[in-house]
Design a protein around this ligand. Sequence first.
Ligand code: ADP
Ligand code: GN1
Ligand code: MG
Length: 366
Amino acid sequence: MTRSDRSHPLIAARHFVRDCEILRIEPWGDGHINDTWRLRLAGRTDGLLQRINTDVFRNPVLLMENIQRVAAHIRGVVEAAGQDPTRRVLTVMTAADGANLFRDAAGDYWRCYGFIAGVHSLNRAENPGQIESAARAFARFQKYLVDLPGPGLHETIPGFGDTRLRLTAFKTVTAADPVARAAAVQREIDFVFARETLAAGLMRLLENGDVPERIIHFDTKLNNVLLDDETGEGLCVIDLDTVMPGTLLYDFGDLVRSGAARCLEDETDVSRAGIDLDLFAALVRGFLQEARHILVPNEIENLVYGARHVTFTMGLRFLSDHIDGDRYYGIDRPGQNLDRCRTQFAMLADMEAKAKQMTEIIAAAL
Ligand code: ADP
Ligand code: GN1
Ligand code: MG
């Protein structure tokens, strides 16, 4: 379907907002997957409308079932602590029939959350305080979900956390080379092959029972936490589409590769990429102060490995998508996925060089 065949977001917005005027509808945020708008409403809390990317999330109904269960559970914990649930957890808005999704005539699926105001999200940490706050929020999220009642959550993207499958997909797309880009990225391809063994890492730890399976967020990049404009506190973890069973090492690793980075994910000057150890130390401090008591020794032992593994995985995914003609991640300019890949690989190389210091920082924070 071309973009012009798609419904205007206002049509979907009216299903979720029935009792007041929609003043304005504005494209919002920097996510790579869904399309997002802020709904400015008259005399009411604004809305955050999203068109779900169904190429990525094949079953929006089960996806929303997961999100409602997770959000309701966190809401209970927040309320029990006497805190404001409207700012500390996503509020799912419903249509007139009570449904949490609206399917339009073009077959697109839409959802709406209450807009959380007075917060900001960051694509890069500018100081240690910011990443410490974000790390606390993600660590609390892990803690909240330790006792989620009921059956296991649905796997919203099958095999999402299995980098072995990503490596196989990478090899397939590189061999097919559908848009003739492989030759120009031979260095990056070689970088992957030199580190192939990293791919099995986290899944093998899980499969061998070396680390526990938990409910994890699976997308703990820095901009998926909303920070309070006034206090800087990490208030609300958002983007719950990938909350699924996995290892906590993945969440820790994804946070490190995004939140302790010296540059933006899509920086074009790769010489600026790498890990900032001051940011890393603040991240570790925040994360461990909140969640230290739930971690088992093997998790602590493998935190640095988790960071390297996820950074590798992300570089691999960006490179695969570049070679595949940018079909998965949204891009604003040609070459953006290759830039994203290069920052990840530079970050990984820097982590390899600084592994000892990273391990010492963790030991000092225990
Ligand atoms: P994507 O899956 O595309 O990354 P997100 O769910 O992360 O989409 O949302 C995109 C952006 O919208 C976020 O980075 C954040 O800035 C903003 N956002 C998301 N949910 C809310 C909310 N409830 N209130 C305020 N801003 C939000
Ligand atoms: C995507 O949705 P967003 O932009 O927060 C991706 C993550 C990647 C991230 C890289 C469902 O996250 O896995 O880590 O981009 N989400 C999905 O920036 O693939
Ligand atoms: Mg996001």
